[in-house]
Design a binder for this molecule. Structure first.
Ligand code: GLN
Length: 461
C-alpha cells in the first residue's frame, strides 16, 4: 500500500489518473490486513490489495463525480455491488480514477478534472473512457483497477497503455451502483498487468445480484489458471476487420501478431461478419438513445449541482439551467442525438434499424462460433491505431467514434472480450502499444481467459 501511495505521489500530479486518493483510510485498512494475516487469517483472495475504481462506480468513500459538473459534490450513500464484493474479498479501495464525463468518450480528455495523460508518453491520451484506471495500472500506481465498458472503455485504454483489460459477458458483473450510461451495453470489468490478475479481480466481482435485473442468474464461469493449447485452436478473423485496417497504423502490428500466433500452431481462418461495417453506426444510435433516458434523472434537484435561480424564475428554468450548466458538450450532444432517434417519426428509421443491425451482428458472431468447424475465438485489433496526441481528435467527434470500430461489437452482442498487449504501432515515429482483442461466446469467459493466457505466454510478437 505504501509503495502504491508513493508511486501515486510521484506520478499523479503529471498524469492525472486519480481524481481522489484515500491515503489515510487505505493505510489503516492495510495495517488491519497485516494484523489479520499475522494472526493467520485472511478475508479473501484480495486481502490487503489496493484497487483503483473508475469514478462512475459508486463508493461510500469520497465522491462519485462521473467527471461531470452536474455531480459536483455528490457522495454516494452506498457501495456498488462490485465494490461490496471487492471489500468482502479483502481488497482496499485506494482512490477514484478519471474518466470521460459519464464514460462518454475514447480519450479521457472530457472530464471536469482535466485530461489524463498516457504514462508512456504524457503528450498522448491514455484512451477512454476508463483512461484513469488504465493509466494508474500502466504507471504502476496500482496492481489493478476497475473500469466500465459500454463500447470499449476498458479494452481501448488498456490497449493504449500497454496493459490487459477484460470486459466480462454482459450480466456477469452487477451493474448496481454503476452510474448508467447505456444499460443494455454497460459492464464493469478489470484492468491489470496480466491475464491472471484480471481473472482474479473478475472472479471476485462476478456473481448474481438481484438489485440488477439484468444480472445473470447462474454460477459465474471458473476463471482459474488453465491455459489453452494454441495448436488446438481456431481463430476467426473477420474479413471486414482486415479491410478496415488496410493501410492504417494497426495493419502491420496486427499482421505480426497473427503470424506469431500462427507460428505457435494455431489455425487462423477468415470469418464473414458483414454487420461489422455498421457496428459503429448502430452503437452510436443505441448508446445515445439509452443515455438520453438514463441521464434524465440529473435534474439539478436530486443529485449534485443545482443552478441558481433569479426572482420569478420557475421549475422549468431550474431543470434547463442545471442541465445546460452541468453537462459538458459531448454529453449534451449524446442526449440530443438519443432523444432524436427515439422521437416519433425517427424511431423506426434509426432506433429500430440499429436494433436490427445489432441482432444480425450477434447472429453472425454466434454462427461463426457454432459452425463446424467453428472458431474458438474471434480475433481483431483492439483499435484502429495507437494512442493519439492529446487534443488531436477533440474537434472531430466522428473520428473519435471511429476509434470504437472493433470494441463495440462485443457490447452490442453481449460477448466477453479482452485486450492483450501485442507489440507496438508506429505513429509518426512514436512507438505506442497496440492491443489485440479476443472474443468468445457469451458466458465462455473461462475459455476466453484460458486462450488469453496461452497468447500472453508467447510473449510479444
Ligand atoms: N467510446 C465509446 C463511447 O464514447 C465507449 C465508451 C464506453 O465504453 N464507456 O461511447
Amino acid at each position: 500500500m505504501r509503495a502504491c501511495l508513493e508511486r501515486i505521489e510521484e506520478r499523479n500530479a503529471d498524469l492525472n489518473a486519480f481524481t481522489q486518493v484515500f491515503a489515510e483510510p487505505a493505510l489503516s485498512h492495510a495495517s488491519d490486513a497485516d494484523a489479520r494475516q499475522g494472526a493467520g487469517e485472511t478475508r479473501g483472495p484480495l486481502d490487503g490489495v489496493p484497487v483503483a475504481i473508475k469514478d462512475n462506480i459508486c463508493t461510500i468513500s469520497g465522491l462519485t463525480t462521473c467527471g461531470s459538473r452536474i455531480l459536483e459534490g455528490y457522495a454516494s450513500p452506498f457501495d456498488a455491488g462490485a465494490i461490496e464484493r471487492l471489500h468482502r474479498a479483502g481488497a482496499i479501495v485506494i482512490g477514484k480514477t478519471n474518466l470521460d464525463e459519464f464514460a462518454m468518450g475514447s480519450s479521457c480528455e472530457r472530464s471536469i478534472h482535466g485530461p489524463t495523460r498516457n504514462p508512456l508518453d504524457p503528450d498522448r491520451v491514455p484512451g477512454g473512457s476508463s483512461g484513469g484506471s488504465a493509466c494508474a495500472v500502466g504507471a504502476n500506481m496500482v496492481p489493478g483497477a476497475l473500469g466500465s465498458d459500454t463500447g470499449g472503455s476498458i479494452r481501448q485504454p488498456a490497449s493504449f497503455c500497454g496493459i490487459t483489460g477484460y470486459k466480462p459477458t454482459y450480466g456477469l458483473v452487477s451493474r448496481w451502483g454503476l452510474v448508467a450510461y447505456a444499460s443494455s451495453l454497460d459492464q464493469i470489468g478489470p484492468l491489470a498487468r496480466s491475464v491472471d490478475d484480471c481473472a482474479l479481480l473478475a472472479s471476485v466481482i462476478m456473481g448474481f445480484d438481484d438489485r440488477d435485473s439484468t444480472s445473470a442468474r447462474r454460477d459465474p464461469p471458473a476463471l482459474d489458471g488453465t491455459r489453452a493449447e494454441l495448436s488446438d485452436l481456431r481463430f476467426g478473423v473477420p474479413l471486414q476487420a482486415r479491410s478496415a485496417i488496410e493501410g492504417t497504423k494497426a495493419q502491420e502490428p496486427f499482421e505480426r501478431a497473427l503470424k506469431h500466433i500462427r507460428s505457435a500452431g494455431a489455425t487462423i481462418v477468415d470469418v464473414d461478419i458483414p454487420e461489422l461495417e455498421h457496428a459503429v453506426s448502430a452503437y452510436y444510435i443505441v448508446a445515445p438513445a439509452e443515455a438520453s433516458s438514463n441521464l434524465a434523472r440529473f435534474d439539478g434537484i436530486r443529485y449534485g449541482r443545482r443552478a441558481a435561480l433569479g426572482p420569478g424564475e420557475g421549475l422549468e428554468t431550474l431543470y434547463a439551467r442545471s442541465r445546460s450548466e452541468g453537462f459538458g458538450d459531448e454529453v449534451q450532444r449524446r442526449i440530443m442525438l438519443g432523444t432524436y432517434v427515439l422521437s416519433a417519426g425517427y424511431y423506426d428509421a434509426y432506433y429500430l434499424s440499429a436494433l436490427r443491425a445489432r441482432r444480425l451482428l450477434k447472429n453472425h458472431l454466434d454462427e461463426a462460433f457454432a459452425a463446424r468447424p467453428g472458431c474458438d475465438a474471434i480475433l481483431t485489433p483492439t483499435t484502429p491505431g495507437g494512442a493519439f496526441p492529446i487534443g488531436a481528435l477533440l474537434g472531430d467527434p466522428l473520428a473519435m467514434y471511429a476509434e470504437d470500430l472493433f470494441t463495440v461489437i462485443a457490447n452490442l452482442a453481449g460477448l466477453p472480450a479482452i485486450s492483450l498487449p501485442a507489440g507496438e504501432c508506429d505513429d509518426g515515429g512514436a512507438r505506442m502499444p497496440q492491443g489485440i482483442q479476443l472474443m468468445t461466446p457469451a458466458f465462455a469467459d473461462d475459455r476466453l481467459l484460458s486462450i488469453s493466457r496461452a497468447i500472453e505466454a508467447l510473449g510479444p510478437p
